[in-house]
Write a protein of this length. Structure first.
Length: 260
């Protein structure tokens, strides 16, 4: 795990423990924001740190050589922010709409020079002229700006003094603003293409802390794309890049702080 993110998580955990201790001391047991959760609709915002990577399923012909994986992914840490709209269903169930903006940068490495052995073609692939792959050809630094629109169903327990645990799950519609999906250039011109419109599912757990003026919720969320994001290279491009990948899907773990 990235050392900076690990330090941030440890610091956040210490702060949460301090807040929790303050919440549960016997002299502070007066309930705060007693009617807050009775509102039919409420609003807020959130900030998050994220750790994003790709889940890769390789093509057995172009993505592997003698049981070695030819394509690898390097994760990154970044941040995001968004808004919260909560719709109360009953005492134990809420629906949340949490549109936000996530920033990410990942790195894919294509060690696929060995695919030169398929240069003469076969019944399943056309012949091609090999090229000598440079570092610029092998490495793709992929920047993503993601408009994330999750709809979450939240189940929470009884309020215990000034805290309340919960779990949530739902689906996301995600737009990648830097997908390059409409570009006529492909990896042969150092342009990595992926899908613009994506769908994912998310699961989350956290604890809601009630203060005099607001509610603070630290939470951990996992988001996993369901569709294949890989856009195939042009038909005339050698099978060094997209041909080596059968399925490419984003997966993310987020530490979220919500303010309502």
């Amino acid at each position: 795990m990235n050392k900076f993110l690990l330090k941030a998580l440890v610091l956040a955990s210490v702060n949460i423990a301090f807040l929790g201790n303050a919440q549960f001391r016997t002299q502070d047991r007066m309930d705060r924001l007693e009617d807050f959760d009775q509102k039919k609709v409420s609003w807020g915002f959130y900030l998050n740190a994220n750790m994003i990577d790709y889940k890769i399923v390789l093509d057995p012909r172009y993505g592997m050589f003698e049981n070695h994986n030819l394509v690898s992914s390097k994760q990154s840490t970044s941040f995001g922010a968004g808004l919260i709209a909560k719709f109360r269903m009953n005492d134990y169930l809420d629906v949340r709409l949490e549109p936000g903006l996530q920033f990410a940068q990942r790195q894919l490495t294509f060690n696929t020079q060995s695919n030169d052995i398929y240069r003469d073609g076969s019944l399943t692939n056309a012949p091609f002229i090999p090229i000598a792959l440079t570092d610029k050809d092998r490495i793709r630094d992929i920047k993503s700006t993601l408009v994330d629109i999750p709809v979450l169903l939240e189940f929470h327990g009884e309020r215990w003094y000034n805290s309340r645990p919960y779990v949530a799950a739902g689906v996301n519609y995600i737009v990648n603003l830097q997908s390059n999906s409409g570009s006529v250039e492909d990896n042969q011109q150092q342009t990595f293409r992926s899908t613009t419109h994506n769908f994912a599912w998310s699961a989350e757990m956290g604890i809601q802390f009630y203060f005099n003026k607001f509610k603070l919720t630290p939470a951990v969320r996992g988001t996993f794309f369901m569709n294949n994001e890989m856009v195939s290279d042009n038909a005339t491009t050698p099978p060094y890049w997209s041909a080596a990948v059968s399925t490419l899907q984003t997966r993310a773990v987020m530490f979220v702080l919500k303010f309502e």
